[in-house]
Write a protein of this length. Structure first.
Length: 458
């Protein structure tokens, strides 16, 4: 089968152009936009800019444009290249709406000049001193002290091993300038972390931070804490503590202030945290994390960004299936489909997802925006191993997506167009990945079994 996943190039766009050439009024538009405008598509509905939160390379994206002759609509077959939509005063151009919860605490204080070093009590550890200096970007003297404290902290294993979960959570809260409750699921409290943050990290004698500079300082400090996490050992933390730590870090990734550098630091930090943990213990941690996954954000947009963050980390990407399953259980109110233990295999999770997906489509059948975002989450969750070893469920999912696409094609809503094109994209992916017919006849697998198959099915 010919691989349909490719990038829309200038040559590809030329097939949509009229022979008469472009109008001079189009000279200010991008070469990718001009062919669309020449086909009668209004400029306010055209946007081929990718989502800033999307991590995929363009080489693996689906940017195929198909002209629907029945409705005269141009469908862009990708969540990376959707039409820009204006509805109810909001512009939806394929970018997921990210929450703004971090960098909201104006009471946090950072060292801003070299004289502030004297305000730190002698009882402070090198890690605490380095953290309080990490946000300074204007004073070379403070930067030199921060480097000295950091080197001392990295060479002192005893000091590192003495950092508790509550202290680390307080450091993340301080670095991101947000209330500690922001980094925890609703209803959870951490009094020891609150006490440590207020008594050790918030120094009233330091000058408050200007709101215009707060984001720059927080970005620098968050990267510092994540770099520390990427070099520590976390085998002594409990499963619940690691689940809450994963929740807090992904919550930072979802926030709109997180840039590409922070995402890179998050990937390194999470890969380090879970690289030394056994497969069995990981499943127990992911089971705990999946129960609070839906609380990462109040909208499906934020949940989709969280799924992308999980995909970026090899050590935690395997938890996406159980997270999607429990998210669908939450949205469809099907508590009977909730996993009872962490022993369920990936195949069992996917079987439940396919069943719950049809319930979700029925429940949200008139909310096309939510359907589009859920399809984006589904696509982010699907991987090659899942498709290759769950043929019956894949066939059922393929049928569900085909039925959904036919229903969406009957609507002229902009969100319905996006959802229909994304459903087509997922169907193509399933067709490319599904086992070939000769396997169904001979019972042999056309490709060698992967080394981590036992992990996927365990």
């Amino acid at each position: 089968m010919m691989d349909m996943e490719r990038v829309l190039s200038d040559d590809d766009c030329s097939e949509f152009c009229d022979d008469g050439g472009s109008s001079s009024s189009l000279s200010n538009f991008s070469p990718l936009i001009i062919p669309l405008l020449e086909n009668g598509i209004e400029s306010e509905h055209c946007s081929l800019s990718p989502s800033i939160s999307h991590k995929r390379d363009f080489e693996s994206s689906d940017c195929i444009s198909l002209n629907n002759s029945e409705t005269g609509r141009l469908i862009v077959e990708s969540e990376l290249c959707p039409n820009s939509i204006t509805e109810s005063g909001k512009v939806f151009n394929g970018q997921f709406t990210r929450p703004h919860l971090l960098c909201t605490d104006a009471n946090v204080r950072f060292l801003s000049k070299e004289e502030d070093i004297r305000l730190l009590p002698d009882s402070y550890s090198s890690i605490e001193r380095a953290l309080l200096c990490a946000g300074c970007t204007t004073c070379d003297g403070v930067r030199l002290h921060e480097l000295s404290f950091r080197q001392s902290a990295q060479s002192n294993n005893e000091e590192v091993m003495s950092i508790s979960f509550d202290q680390l959570l307080a450091m993340l809260s301080y670095a991101s300038a947000c209330p500690l409750s922001t980094l925890l699921p609703p209803g959870e409290i951490a009094p020891l972390a609150e006490q440590y943050r207020d008594q050790r990290l918030i120094i009233a004698a330091l000058a408050s931070v200007d709101a215009a500079k707060l984001r720059e300082i927080c970005t620098q400090t968050v990267r510092f804490v994540l770099e520390l996490i990427s070099s520590w050992n976390f085998t002594e933390f409990t499963n619940l503590e690691l689940a809450f730590l994963l929740f807090a870090i992904i919550k930072i990734a979802v926030d709109e202030f997180s840039d590409a550098e922070i995402w890179n630091c998050i990937t390194k930090a999470l890969n380090n945290v879970f690289s030394s943990i056994s497969v069995g213990r990981k499943k127990a941690i992911f089971f705990e994390f999946s129960s609070i996954f839906q609380f990462l954000d109040g909208s499906l947009d934020g949940i989709c960004v969280a799924t992308q963050a999980l995909s970026a980390c090899a050590q935690v990407s395997s938890c996406k299936l159980i997270c999607l399953r429990r998210l669908l259980v939450h949205l469809t109110e099907r508590a009977d489909m909730d996993p009872s233990s962490c022993d369920a295999s990936h195949t069992q999770h996917f079987e439940a997802i396919v069943s719950l997906f049809s319930h979700f489509i029925h429940t949200f059948r008139h909310r096309f925006r939510d359907i589009w975002v859920m399809l984006s989450i589904l696509r982010e969750t699907l991987d090659y191993e899942t498709v290759m070893w769950t043929r019956c469920d894949i066939a059922k999912l393929n049928g569900e997506l085909g039925d959904l696409r036919r229903v969406l094609d009957k609507h002229n809503s902009s969100d319905a167009i996006l959802a229909a094109s994304l459903a087509s994209s997922i169907i193509r992916r399933l067709e490319i990945w599904r086992p070939r017919d000769h396997e169904e006849v001979t019972g042999s697998h056309p490709f060698p079994r992967s080394s981590n198959e036992s992990i996927q099915d365990s």
